[in-house]
Design a protein around this ligand. Structure first.
Ligand code: LER
Ligand code: MN
Length: 283
């Protein structure tokens, strides 16, 4: 398959409608599809960690020889309103409890846990913003400690301004990660958000490379790479040059349908990987 980067599809057992997740509902079928398409991984998004038994995930991981690189946790925020920056300490606590349970599951299946939409918002009130950022930082620090004891990596993901108001660029996330200073807190770069927020996507990836743990690959319209107007050549070249060899995971809309979208993304990554490999060999 792809020669430089392992690729992953995204799946959820939930019947979500508008989320950028490729395969919905049938998780066993999602593992089969990812394996049939030659992927190395399947990123699983869960509302509750108890939505799937760890034992079943472990069986599918073994049966299809796939990794689950990370567990997507955004539904805790989008469906249940649980975020780490919430003004209500009881809600922050619930968010933390949900994320701890995700960490427990991740420890059993060898995956990381995404901290994306659950970062939440600080709100428009300047006086409250620093207090809420401090609360989010404290909650995330506590979660890092817990995850570290479980051997689990957390992936802090900056989101575009319409979804988050304090972690929009990789530099924002890197600054927070450096403040926390936990060795198991890495960064997740999502090209859909970066297209909106970064001045120079390739330069931002290069600067964040030492802490980069995972990549969501989506085009400008959140469809498969190749179906929008993002230029993935400099993006993949920057990742390759910086030594990133982690997953490229298609967190995209299933347009026109899940398999066609996955095949399109895989073809785009494959074609660019071929060019990069040829360049490396000096062809
Ligand atoms: C949401 O837009 C997103 O990119 C997710 O990965 C965050 O949970
Ligand atoms: Mn993402």
């Amino acid at each position: 398959m792809t020669r430089i980067f392992p690729v992953a599809l995204t799946a959820t057992p939930a019947e979500v409608r508008s989320a950028p997740i490729l395969l919905r509902g049938d998780l066993a079928g999602a593992f089969r599809t990812a394996a049939e398409l030659g992927c190395a991984g399947l990123e699983v998004h869960l509302r509750y960690p108890s939505d799937v038994q760890a034992g079943r995930l472990r069986r599918w991981i073994a049966e299809y020889a796939l990794a689950v690189p990370t567990i997507g946790t955004g539904m805790a925020a989008t469906l249940d309103g649980l975020t780490l920056a919430h003004p209500d300490p009881a809600i922050r606590r619930q968010a933390l409890e949900r994320l701890r349970a995700h960490v427990d599951l991740a420890a059993q299946i060898g995956s990381a846990v995404t901290i994306g939409s659950v970062s939440g918002r600080l709100g428009p009130d300047e006086a409250q913003r620093s207090e809420r950022r401090a609360a989010a930082l404290e909650a995330l620090t506590e979660l890092c400690r817990y995850a570290h004891a479980c051997g689990v990596t957390l992936l802090l993901e900056p989101l575009n301004r319409y979804e988050c108001d304090y972690l929009n660029t990789l530099a924002d996330a890197l600054a927070l990660a450096q403040e926390i200073g936990a060795p198991n807190l890495k960064l997740l770069a999502d090209t859909f958000h970066m297209n909106i927020e970064e001045t120079d996507i390739a330069a931002a990836l290069a600067a964040a490379a030492p802490r980069l743990g995972h990549v969501h690959l989506a085009d400008s319209n959140r469809q498969a790479p190749g179906r929008g107007h993002l230029d993935f050549a400099p993006i993949l070249a920057a990742l390759a040059r910086s030594g990133y060899r982690g997953f490229l995971s298609f967190e995209i809309l299933p347009v026109p349908d899940p398999v066609t979208a996955a095949q399109q993304g895989i073809r785009t990554v494959q074609a660019l990987s071929d060019i990069l490999t040829a360049a490396q060999k000096g062809e």
